[in-house]
Design a protein around this ligand. Structure first.
Ligand code: GRF
Length: 220
């Protein structure tokens, strides 16, 4: 696939950036329909920014602390920076900031997130601890479009893992993270190739598969 037809993607992170790394890896495939043009963070010290630089990517940091309680002003600065890079799709990968409706509406249909739970179960934080507390036998990860309500948007892809009797929060988190790294690049590929259609809360995969089959595996 030529660079010109690939969607220009920004990845936003707040921390270590392991999901970002899985997206960078996937995007190295010549047939992958998205190109990561920039990695941004609300935390100048995010470890993932260094990893992105080492991978040869452009990066930026907009420190949310400089905006105090003014979330809208932070979001406007973020949006302006994304536009400077001619970004077409925004991918949240461990980006730990609530976004205002102004931002989510501006980027609606072009903004996706990975959440470490099988939504609509366990929106918000501490998903693995809550999965253990409530005794669910299946847990997992969800790639979804972002709307103004946190962790509620239309689901693109999910992957499930068993919860084992001797699981700790850490062992469960590690099992879920593997699934995140698998489904997020696949979900982004579907969106970038314009193969997702949103009808209310349902996302259907449309169109013939002119992509390499290896890039788009069925939901695990
Ligand atoms: C991931 O579990 C992601 O689902 C959640 O935060 C974590 C970020 O991890 N929102 P990383 O920075 O991608 O390694």
């Amino acid at each position: 696939m030529s660079e010109a037809t690939k969607k220009r993607v920004a990845v936003l992170i707040s921390g270590r950036g392991s999901n970002m790394a899985s997206l960078i890896e996937a995007a190295k495939e010549p047939g992958y329909p998205a190109e990561i043009v920039v990695v941004g963070s609300n935390r100048p010290d995010a470890a993932g920014l260094e990893a992105a630089k080492e991978a040869g990517l452009q990066t930026f940091a907009i420190d949310h602390k400089e905006f105090g309680k003014d979330r809208a002003a932070f979001d406007s600065a973020l949006s302006a920076e994304l536009k400077k890079h001619d970004v077409e799709l925004v991918v949240l990968a461990g980006f730990m900031r609530l976004l205002t409706p102004g931002f989510t509406e501006e980027w609606e249909g072009r903004l996706i997130n990975i959440h470490p739970a099988l939504l609509p179960s366990f929106p918000g934080l501490n998903t693995h601890a809550r999965a253990l507390e409530t005794g669910v036998k299946l847990h997992g990860a969800t790639a979804h479009f972002v709307t103004s309500e946190m962790d509620v948007g239309p689901i693109i892809m999910q992957g499930a893992v068993p919860v084992l009797d001797d699981d700790s929060e850490q062992t469960l988190a590690a099992r879920v993270l593997e699934v995140e790294h698998q489904i997020y690049p696949e979900a982004l590929a579907l969106v970038a190739a314009e193969r997702t259609e949103i009808n209310g809360m349902r996302v259907t995969v449309v169109g013939s598969d002119d992509l390499d089959d290896d890039l788009i595996a069925p939901t695990v």
